[in-house]
Write a protein that binds this ligand. Structure first.
Ligand code: EPS
Length: 390
């Protein structure tokens, strides 16, 4: 079965990701994985940590001679900041007085700090924030890049863009070429395809910098080349839209998800919302009047582009801290602040791509299986033939 897991803490030695269940023979490029890791680190609004880290994937198993070999893939990504934390977060307890402590006793509203401290019975939220931190998404992006490589073998591509920062919104759809150009940019500002809108987004982030605040936004993941029939209507947990929603909302700071034009649809009449069905007799295929459903109907892909949006609340670590309570004294106290990002929407788009790619890779793997890529492709081609002759 296709599955992935991550381990690692924000200031521990490294992040770890494992991915099991991919067939053998999928071409893997370290450069392509590192490019995704680099993309995750970009964007106007990132904090001081991104100046310390240059994330690089170190594959220790499952890939040989630039291809998967069917065995579990394990990836390590070093935390360069670890050298500053070895005495604060040692694996083994140091001799009395030898270590250093960096307790976090003033939980940040919106972060995992308070709920986690209560749940795990720590009167210091340090261990909670270490794992809850979005640093963990580095590991997701690394395995997501492998999922993307697998999908690419079937002609499926996953891209993203930023469609909102604070109240500034992109008021039009992006073209596929614009999304490709965005993913190839060497200078990432806010990940928006429209330079004029992007400048207005930048002004919002500037404002947050000035005032010691943070700002959220909306990203959209677009998937092209998806066959019809991934996921299923037959039970609640086989519906692909549900799986995508979980994948997106599982991302740190994401509070909402939208498949297709869900919010607009909820405010309109049915006659304006559904994507009408036509048939092209020359091409022998079904056509659709629009793609408001975001490529998913009845929990299944319908062959149109998948459109999934993630709504990101502003990061909960504010330089101008919010009201909190000290876990020791229970007196009012400003929430803890060490350093933080001000805006992370472009990074979230890249993480969203990874999560969507992982969900789709699992769905492809479930439907077409195969111990080797050759076998998977044969199964896939057979299915495409069946769809063509439907
Ligand atoms: C992050 C690394 C973290 C934070 C951020 C994401 O580094 P540090 O805590 O050392 O500054 O910048 O984490 C959070 C947003 C959070 O809420 O914890 C990263 O690599 O993306």
């Amino acid at each position: 079965m296709f599955r992935f897991e991550t381990a690692g803490e924000s200031h521990g030695e490294c992040l770890v990701a494992t991915l099991t269940g991919l067939p053998a023979g999928v071409p893997i490029s370290l450069k392509a994985i590192d490019r995704e890791l680099w993309r995750r680190q970009q964007g106007f609004g990132r904090g001081g940590r991104m100046k310390i880290e240059t994330d690089q994937a170190h594959i220790v198993s499952g890939v040989r001679h630039s291809q998967t070999i069917g065995s579990p893939i394990a990836i390590l990504i070093e935390n360069k900041d670890w050298k500053n934390w070895t005495e604060i977060l040692p694996v083994e307890q140091l001799a009395e007085g030898a270590g250093k402590n960096k307790p976090l006793t003033r939980p940040r509203p919106g972060h995992a700090d308070l709920a986690g401290a209560i749940k795990y019975n720590f009167h210091d939220a340090r261990y909670i924030l270490e794992r809850a931190s979005a640093r963990e998404t580095t590991a997701r992006v690394a395995v997501g890049a492998i999922a993307k490589a697998y999908l690419k073998e079937f002609g499926i591509d996953v891209l993203s863009h930023v469609i909102g920062v604070g109240e500034v919104k992109l008021q039009r759809n992006a073209t596929w070429d614009e999304l490709i150009a965005l993913s190839e940019r060497e200078d990432v500002l806010l990940g928006c395809v429209d330079p004029e809108v992007e400048q207005r987004m930048k002004a919002v982030v500037d404002e947050a910098y000035k005032t010691g605040d943070t700002v959220g936004g909306v990203f959209e993941v677009v998937v092209r080349g998806v066959p019809p029939g991934l996921g299923s209507h037959i039970s609640w947990d086989s519906r692909l839209d549900g799986k995508l929603a979980q994948a997106i909302v599982s991302m740190q700071a994401v509070k909402g998800v939208e498949v297709g034009f869900a919010a607009e649809g909820a405010a309109a009449f049915g006659s304006k919302v559904q994507d009408t069905i036509g048939y092209d007799r020359e091409e022998h295929k079904f056509t659709r009047g629009a793609n408001r459903a975001g490529g998913l109907e009845g929990g299944m892909t319908n062959g149109q582009d998948i459109l999934v949006r993630g709504m990101l609340k502003p990061i909960s670590t504010l330089r101008r801290p919010l009201e909190s309570v000290d876990l020791g004294t229970r007196d009012s106290a400003p929430a803890a602040y060490e350093r933080s990002d001000v805006a992370v929407v472009p990074a979230a788009g890249v993480i969203g791509e990874a999560m969507v790619a992982l969900v789709l890779a699992a769905a492809m793997n479930e439907k077409f299986g195969g111990d080797s890529l050759l076998e998977a492709k044969r199964n896939y081609d057979n299915y495409l033939e069946q769809v063509k002759n439907f």
